[in-house]
Each structure stands twice: as structure tokens, then as C-alpha cells.
Design a protein around this ligand. Structure first.
Ligand SMILES: [Zn+2]
Length: 301
């Protein structure tokens, strides 16, 4: 039986995983770091990471309003207190060749469409849900654009914010790669009004064995375990990649093909295999699963 890990060693494990990704990418420093919001799964390893690699400019949504997060705000301020920028929806960050649009921050969303956003016919039948955890809906959401290729990451955006972003106009247009909001706990995110309007070609599910995909969110008693099928039914989808096999709903119909899943087990020895997107200037990109070396190539539409 593996020893139970302490909180600090988990922070260290995850920082090492992110550090390994920077080394794989040939980086000697992280120039820009976006903290979507002050929850442990989005900022908890930051201090350990900062001890491994220099970090430049940090971006955040501003003031914390959930007392339970103060420990993580303190971590953030220790690392980024002198280099932080509070971003607002509509801000742009240039990475030199890659443009970053701030879509959302601190509950506000962009007021004019980007990326060719147009009126969304799915709004006529949009199902609405109540706002969930305030800190989740404050997430900094970003759209990366590199030529034809776009990548959308809305942190832990919830269903209500997704509908706000998608109706009456889908403000973010269609995207190439979408990282699931709320770790694909799609009782509280994954609104079809939003998902089927942004029409991702490739979806990366940032779930855990018992986090997100296939499970329920606190505050929701609805049991909806067919989250994967909702993603797989997205129009124009070409690939779904998962960080972990879901153990909430572990069957083959509720998970993507095994070769597209980075981590299959639920043990403290989980190695944290990663999924990488390598993007070329012409819109061609390749997804790679570090567990088995399986890769697939796509072309941004
Ligand atoms: Zn989260």
C-alpha cells in the first residue's frame, strides 16, 4: 500500500510535472503565467514551481472573495506580488506571434465578439442553470490565437457563464482546441449551447480519476454520467483526449479511446503523464500522449 502523501508532497509532485513540461519545451523561464482563480487545483503548486524555474509576469482576476482560498492567495502573492497584473475582459497579451485575448475575468466577459463570433441559433432552446461557486465564475478565460489555430481555456467557468458568453451571440467564435471547463464536470459546465457553438476540433479533458468527467459537482444532485458522450456529439469534433480515465464512469462508452488517455490508474504512484499539442505556423498541429507515445495530427479549419 503506498504511503499517503502529504499536501506539500502533492504540490511538489504537480510542480515537478509542470517543470518537466517546461523542460520538454526547452524553456529556461516562464515569461507569462495566468492564474485563472484562487482554488488549490489551479494555484496550489505555484510556490514549489517558482523554486524550480524563474517566473516572469503573472496575471490574475483580482480580489479574492472566498475566505477559504486565502492560503492560496498568500501563495500567489509570495510568488507574484511584485509582478502581477490584474486583467479585465477585453485585454490582450502578446506572446510574440501568439496573441492572447482575455475573454473573461472577475465575472465580466467581453462585450464585443472576437474570432468571428456571430449570432448563436442554439440560444432559442438554451437550458439555463444557476451560478455556481463565485470563485469559479471569476475565472480568467483566455483565447490563444496562432495563425488559424485557436485554443480556448475558460478555467472553471460554469454553465451560467457559458450561456452568458454564448447568447445571443457566441462571443468567442469557433475554436481549434478547447480545454474543458470545470474539468468536464458537465453537470455544472459543458452547456451544449456553448459547446456546440464553439465547435472544437479537438477537446482536451483536464479531469482526474475522480474529478470532473463523469462525476457531479458539489451543490448539484443531478447524476449525469454521460459527459463524454456530450463532448463526442459536438459537431465537427475530430478528437477527444483525456488526462485520466474517469473512474466515476469507467466504461468505454463514457471515455475516449484508451490510446488517447494519458493516465489510466488511480494510485498515489500516478506519474502524471501529459498531453501535448505541437502547433505549426500553417495550422497543422499534432497531439501527443506521453504515456504511450501515441500521436495524431490535425489541421486547424
Ligand atoms: Zn478546478
Amino acid at each position: 500500500m503506498p504511503e499517503k502523501r502529504s499536501a506539500s508532497s502533492i504540490e511538489d509532485r504537480d510542480a515537478k510535472r509542470i517543470f518537466a513540461a517546461t523542460q520538454e519545451a526547452g524553456l529556461s523561464r516562464i515569461d507569462h503565467l495566468v492564474i485563472t482563480h484562487y482554488h488549490t487545483d489551479h494555484v496550489g503548486g505555484l510556490e514549489a514551481l517558482a523554486a524550480m524555474i524563474p517566473i516572469g509576469q503573472c496575471y490574475d482576476h483580482g480580489t479574492n472573495t472566498e475566505e477559504a482560498n486565502q492560503r492560496w492567495v498568500d501563495v500567489y502573492l509570495r510568488v507574484c506580488g511584485d509582478t502581477r497584473t490584474v486583467v479585465s475582459a477585453g485585454d490582450q497579451i502578446s506572446l510574440g506571434g501568439v496573441e492572447v485575448d482575455v475573454i473573461a475575468s472577475n465575472e465580466r466577459i467581453i462585450s464585443t465578439p472576437v474570432n468571428g463570433g456571430v449570432a448563436n441559433p442554439l440560444c432559442a432552446t438554451a437550458e439555463q442553470k444557476a451560478q455556481a461557486s463565485p470563485e469559479n465564475q471569476r475565472s480568467v478565460g483566455v483565447l490563444f490565437t496562432f495563425g488559424r489555430f485557436t485554443f480556448l481555456d475558460l478555467g472553471d467557468f460554469n454553465w451560467a457563464k457559458e450561456v452568458e458568453l454564448s447568447c445571443p451571440v457566441n462571443l468567442v467564435g469557433e475554436v481549434t482546441v478547447y480545454q474543458t471547463s470545470r474539468h468536464a464536470a458537465f453537470d455544472d459546465a459543458g452547456s451544449p449551447t456553448h459547446l456546440y457553438a464553439i465547435k472544437p476540433q479537438v477537446v482536451v479533458v483536464n479531469n482526474g480519476p475522480r474529478k470532473g468527467l463523469g462525476g457531479t459537482s458539489p451543490g448539484y444532485d443531478e447524476v449525469m454520467t454521460r459527459h463524454y458522450q456530450r463532448i463526442a456529439a459536438s459537431p465537427g469534433i475530430e478528437g477527444v483526449w483525456q488526462g485520466h480515465r474517469s473512474l466515476f464512469a469507467s466504461g468505454p462508452d463514457d471515455n475516449t479511446a484508451e490510446e488517447l488517455i494519458a493516465n489510466l490508474e488511480d494510485t498515489d504512484a500516478c506519474e502524471g503523464h501529459w498531453i501535448r499539442a505541437s502547433v505549426g505556423a500553417g495550422g497543422a498541429f499534432t497531439m501527443l500522449n506521453s504515456r504511450n507515445g501515441h500521436s495524431r495530427s490535425y489541421t486547424a479549419r
